[in-house]
Structure formats: structure tokens, C-alpha cells
Design a protein around this ligand. Structure first.
Ligand SMILES: [Fe+2]
Ligand SMILES: [Fe+2]
Length: 272
């Protein structure tokens, strides 16, 4: 009897070690997508995902204001940056498996699951790329403290699928599209080829995650005859504290199906 997708998702969520979590994540993605390609899809099923995913003992999780700031131009600053991205990627792995297991009661076509399985697989690759870069620099994931608040958005939207889609892929992951080119520039200036190449993979693959968010957000709004832009403004205001910060990567956001009238009104300028 094959396991359901929700059970596989939960197994990833309750695995603490990053390398092991992402190994399972990639293996489950292959299993799900292969069964779909053969026309014998696995059941989506039902499971009890944990309220918070298991995480390794290290890194120590601190409130953002207690995470030490390092100069981005220095070697220590570059390691801190890679470490912060590794932490974001590991969190993203859990976020994608969580959206699969958490909202089983919302009726979605199988393509919804394909998209988030693919996104989870991408993030698993990204986490390992960042770990490899850290290790090549003599560091490792867990060596530095990391941001404690990252699961907040998931907890706040645990009962609201439209809120989850608005805040996680369409705000947080879209923010990644805005800031990654600047990060790549920092590593390029330092001649850190390995990190540049890894971040370019991340940058090219993140567009699809934002696009999945926008696609399923529009799908659900359409099902309930809601105006997507109005609902987006309402939900981001409700769940995301503070204004969105320009500059925006308008080109990549457009490619991901996120038009300017979604995000500009949510900036400090737009609200004024
Ligand atoms: Fe990623
Ligand atoms: Fe992503």
C-alpha cells in the first residue's frame, strides 16, 4: 500500500536534520511526480502535520534584532549571508510541504500538489547548495544564529489558505526576487564563483514559486467569485505586519503573475 502525499509531507516536517529533511523531500518529490507521470497518481490522503516543523538543535534561533549584523562586503559577512539564505531555504522546504498537508479540506486539482511538490524539491536543492557553499568556506549550517520568526507567517495563516498563498509565495517569496540580484552582485565582486552560480540557480527557480502562488490564489478567488486584488490587499494587511518595501523587481514579478497594482498600494507610499 503506497503512502499518501500528506503522510510523506508530514514525514518531511517532523524530520529535524536539514540534510536528512531535504533528502526525504527530494525522494518524496520523485515518488509523487513519477506516479503522476505514469498516470497512477498516489492518494493525497490525510495526515496530522505538526504545528511547527522539527528543526535541528543548531542554529540557535534568535529574534531578528538579536541576530548580529555583519558587513556584507567582508568574508564573515558573506558567510553570514549564505547562512541566512540556507535558513530561508530550509524554512521554505517546510512551508511547501505544510501547504500540501495543512489544507487537505480545500478541494484542489492534482496540479496544485504537483506545483508545491516541485517547489519543495527546488528549495531542498537550494538548501543543499547553500550548505555546500558554507562548507567550502569552512563553515556550516548551524554555525551562526538564525532568525526565529520565520514560521510566524505559517502559524498566522494555518487556517486560511488564501492568506497563506498571499503572504508566503506572493509576499515573502516575491521579496526574494527583489533582493537576490543585489546578493549575487556582492558575491560576484568578491570573486566567489560557487556562491554566484548557486544564487543564480535559486534566482531562476524562485520565479516559478511566486507564479504557483499567484496561480492558485487566482484560482480560489475565481471559484468564490472574489476580486483577487481586493482580497490580496485585505489579507496582506491582515497577516503581514508593516508595509511592503520597494524597490521591487517588477520584471520578475510580472513574469510570476504579480502585477504592480497588487503590491504598490501596500507600500508606505501607496497607503499614504
Ligand atoms: Fe529557494
Ligand atoms: Fe521558493
Amino acid at each position: 500500500m503506497s503512502r499518501s502525499l500528506a503522510e510523506m509531507a508530514t514525514e518531511v516536517l517532523i524530520t529535524a536534520d536539514g540534510r536528512e529533511k531535504t533528502r526525504l523531500s527530494r525522494a518524496h518529490a520523485v515518488t509523487w511526480l513519477a506516479a503522476r507521470a505514469e498516470g497512477r497518481p498516489l492518494p493525497v490522503g490525510r495526515a496530522a502535520p505538526p504545528q511547527r516543523p522539527a528543526r535541528p538543535e543548531q542554529p540557535e534561533l534568535l529574534s531578528p534584532r538579536d541576530v548580529p549584523k555583519r558587513k556584507p562586503g567582508s568574508p564573515a559577512g558573506r558567510i553570514a549571508l549564505l547562512h541566512a539564505v540556507a535558513h530561508i531555504e530550509l524554512n521554505a522546504v517546510d512551508l511547501h510541504w505544510d501547504i500540501i498537508a495543512r489544507f487537505i479540506d480545500t478541494d484542489f486539482p492534482p496540479g496544485f500538489y504537483d506545483d508545491w511538490v516541485r517547489a519543495a524539491d527546488d528549495e531542498s536543492k537550494h538548501f543543499n547548495l547553500m550548505c555546500d557553499c558554507l562548507e567550502a568556506e569552512g563553515s556550516f549550517y548551524g554555525a551562526l544564529p538564525a532568525h526565529a520568526g520565520m514560521w510566524r507567517a505559517a502559524e498566522d495563516t494555518a487556517g486560511d489558505i488564501l492568506g497563506r498563498l498571499a503572504v508566503v509565495p506572493m509576499v515573502l517569496e516575491a521579496r526574494g526576487l527583489d533582493v537576490t540580484p543585489g546578493m549575487i552582485e556582492i558575491f560576484r565582486k568578491a570573486g566567489a564563483t560557487r556562491a554566484v552560480e548557486a544564487l543564480e540557480v535559486i534566482y531562476s527557480e524562485e520565479v516559478a514559486h511566486v507564479a504557483y502562488g499567484s496561480k492558485w490564489f487566482h484560482f480560489l478567488c475565481g471559484r468564490h467569485n472574489l476580486d483577487p486584488k481586493d482580497v490580496f490587499h485585505e489579507l496582506v494587511t491582515k497577516y503581514f505586519k508593516g508595509p511592503l518595501k520597494p524597490p521591487f523587481n517588477e520584471e520578475k514579478r510580472a513574469e510570476a503573475g504579480l502585477p504592480p497594482d497588487f503590491y504598490w498600494p501596500l507600500t508606505a507610499e501607496g497607503a499614504a
